[in-house]
Design a protein around this ligand. Structure first.
Ligand SMILES: Nc1ncnc2c1ncn2[C@@H]1O[C@H](COP(=O)(O)OP(=O)(O)O)[C@@H](O)[C@H]1O
Ligand SMILES: [Mg+2]
Length: 247
């Protein structure tokens, strides 16, 4: 389980996280909802130790990772598969090399095993015969799938998604959301998804947490969030969050 306890983080005089506390339960899909610039990606970077909190703790399976560095942090990071916001494929590598990259970094495998693991990851995202293609030759949806294949190739117990469907059309968005649910069921993974897509969150999450002004405003099952009486959450759900930009 991932647990953030009272995490505070400022950049210069801008306070982004202001005592954020959140539990991400095992084997479930948790969605962190928040508008653009609210600190969602900053939160994710604390979970993998790319950023350290000014105050507070980040626990992964009971271990405080804010005190770790070097090989100890790498050991914890191996539990995570991460799908970054832009897909972040290496443009100069083909699909095979992109997906094999974490395996080459973290696991010593023979050539045949490497090929088998890459094929398994591609099959899990319903892609085949694309190993030789370069990222530039793929559609946006295919790039997301390849990014997801790379995130799962090490058989992580936790997958973190940063805006997995941003920039995709509605059909592809459904497609990727479906894939996330399928992957979750198949491998019984812990999923933490960052999103500003309320509709998708309500459909796929087991738990939703709403980030607002550096804290969790409300958390609970989708039904509870959908019925929230909090004015910001109501505005967010009803697509009127723009009203809050002027406050
Ligand atoms: N490394 C950084 N240095 C300075 N400011 C940052 C850094 N990372 C994020 N921020 C700021 O923190 C705020 C939240 O960013 P972010 O977490 O990326 O938002 P989002 O919710 O859209 O993912 C933004 O105002 C952003 O400019
Ligand atoms: Mg972001």
């Amino acid at each position: 389980m991932i647990e953030l306890q009272n995490v505070c983080k400022s950049f210069k005089d801008q306070r982004v996280l202001d005592g954020l506390s959140l539990n991400v339960p095992d084997g479930r899909i948790t969605v962190l909802l928040g508008r653009s610039g609210s600190g969602k990606s900053v939160t994710l970077k604390h979970i993998i130790g790319l950023l350290r909190p000014d105050a507070g703790r980040v626990l992964v399976d009971g271990e405080d990772i804010t005190a770790l560095d070097g090989s100890a942090l790498n050991r914890v990071r191996a539990k995570f598969g991460v799908l970054f916001q832009d897909g972040a494929l290496f443009d100069s590598m083909n699909v095979f090399e992109n997906i094999a990259f974490p395996l080459i970094e973290h696991a010593k495998l023979k050539k045949g095993e490497l090929r088998a693991r890459v094929e398994e990851a591609l099959a899990a995202v319903s892609l085949s015969r694309v190993e030789e293609k370069m990222p530039a030759e793929l559609s946006g949806g295919m790039r997301k799938r390849v990014g997801l294949a790379r995130a799962i190739v090490l058989h992580p117990s936790i997958i973190l998604y940063d805006e997995p469907t941003s920039g995709l059309d509605p059909l592809l968005t459904d497609n990727i959301n479906h894939l996330i649910q399928e992957t979750q069921r198949k491998f019984n993974l812990t999923n933490f998804i960052i999103s500003h897509d309320v509709g998708a969150a309500l459909r796929i999450a087991d738990k939703i947490a709403v980030l607002y002004e550096g804290k969790i405003l409300e958390e609970g099952p989708p039904g509870q969030i959908a019925a929230s009486t909090n004015p910001f959450i109501r505005a967010f759900i009803e697509g009127r969050q723009g009203e809050y930009d002027v406050l």
